[in-house]
Design a protein around this ligand. Structure first.
Ligand code: USQ
Length: 404
């Protein structure tokens, strides 16, 4: 396949580009380096010393003998450039990571909220619009999120892969419909992924675009077999309160002896996937496009569910580093259960990597190696979901520990 990776310099985009290239696909990276700009803005660089994109692709050429051309372009703002690139490069598949992906970052201020909506919605819409004009047969693979489903409702129901059957009642009449699972985002960032879903549904229906939306869980780990080949290929490791995701944060905190930062009572249950599985899932999805005119294919890209306090206890037992409950800066249910259908990707051949496979030690070893690069002041989450968190009960009918 000829594959364009939009956002190919980021945490998921870079290892995905290498994996696809290693598997023999012709990969081209498009990126505007917004993620590197956020590092500077936040004063917290990747814990691992990532190289510039030109250095990265040159290292890959030396290690693997394969070229990855790159193009600097702002997908959300340079529509003409994007359409011209699609026309010139004639991709079979477009992998779309070109969105602001951190929930805490999206909640920092009005500027961050508006940037996240403007960037993410415009980027997705520009991709769809340009595909209609320039490459209507290409397959769009979008990185969505498990967070579109929310964590409060429908207790006891296994979260399906995107769609539910429902009976709508209006007056005396009732109708059976198939619809997207009702969206219930927990942050401005997650809300943009809900908006993306409607854009995708419309363009699949109206223009027959072939689209797969991968509803991914929380990614943990940092390296893949390809990023391990040479230090210049190293992937990002985000540990800060904005971009660091929970398990990687706990592993990094343990590596430097920082108490593990559980938000509230840690009853939040979330879906997880290792970065090695992320890159495999993307190839599996890209190779199996839906037909033109079919509905958007939605796959839940996750391998296991865990409760935050159980993960903290696991890391604490492994390392002896204590857990320290913190006021929860988010507005989220203090406790939730989660059961997720993921038959789609398993059926395509995904063999899940589990927490028990020993890779947590590998993540901690990476964190220890680069611990000297950590900015200790950027570990705690400083974004708050509401101006007066103590005055609001948490959603889901339970009060967050912070409010008790
Ligand atoms: N949490 C803690 N302590 C911490 C950090 C987080 O208890 O130090 C808690 C949060 O309050 C939350 C849970 O851990 O309840 C997950 O937080 P997270 O930052 O690991 O994940 P999230 O904000 O949901 O976002 C991440 C990625 C996002 C992706 C999403 C998948 O940044 O791009 O879409 O995971 S999912 O969560 O399944 O929607």
């Amino acid at each position: 396949m000829r594959v364009l990776v939009l956002g190919g310099d980021g945490f998921c985009g870079w290892p995905t580009s290498l994996h696809l290239s290693a598997r023999g696909h012709d990969v081209i990276i498009i990126d505007n380096f917004a993620r590197r700009a956020a590092d500077l803005e936040l004063g917290a660089e990747s814990l691992t010393p990532i190289r510039s994109l030109p250095e990265r692709v040159e290292a890959w050429r030396q290690c693997a003998g394969r070229r990855i051309p790159t193009l600097e372009l702002d997908v959300a703002r340079d529509y003409d450039g994007l359409e011209a690139a699609f026309r010139r490069l004639a991709p079979d598949a477009i992998i779309h990571f070109a969105e602001q992906r951190a929930a805490p970052y999206s909640m920092k201020s009005p500027r961050h909220k508006r940037y996240t909506v403007d960037n993410n919605v415009n980027a997705s819409h520009a991709v769809l619009c340009a595909m209609v004009e320039a490459c209507p047969d290409a397959h769009l693979v979008h990185l969505g999120t498990m967070g579109v489903y929310g964590y409060g409702k429908a207790r006891g129901l296994r979260i399906p892969e995107g769609y539910v059957e429902a009976t709508l009642h209006s007056g005396q009449a009732a109708a059976r419909v198939e619809m997207l699972y009702p969206a219930d985002p927990g942050s401005i960032y997650h809300m943009t992924k809900c908006l993306d879903q409607l854009l995708f549904a419309y363009y699949a229906k109206n223009d027959g675009l072939r689209i797969t939306d991968l509803h991914q869980g929380i990614v943990w780990g940092t390296s893949t077999p390809e990023t391990d080949l040479d230090e210049r290929l190293i992937n990002r490791f985000d540990y800060d309160g904005d971009y660091g995701t929970v398990l990687n944060r706990f592993l990094m905190q343990a590596a430097i002896g920082h108490p593990l930062t559980v938000h509230g009572v840690g009853g939040q249950t979330r879906a997880f996937i290792h970065i090695r599985d992320t890159v495999r899932c993307i190839e599996l999805a890209a190779l199996t496009p839906p037909g033109r005119g079919q509905r958007v294919r939605i796959l839940n890209q996750m391998t296991e569910c865990h409760r935050v306090r159980d993960l903290a206890a696991l890391v604490s037992t492994m390392t002896g580093v204590p857990v320290q409950a913190r006021d929860n800066p988010r507005r989220e249910a203090a406790e939730n259960d989660l059961d997720v259908e993921n038959a789609g990707l398993l059926g395509l051949g995904l063999a899940p990597t589990r927490l028990s496979d020993g890779l947590m030690h590998e993540v901690m070893a990476v964190a220890r190696r680069y611990a000297h690069r950590c900015n200790l002041e950027r570990i705690l989450c400083t974004s708050r979901w509401t101006r007066t968190p103590r005055e609001h009960p948490a959603p889901g009918g339970r009060r967050a520990a912070a409010a008790e």
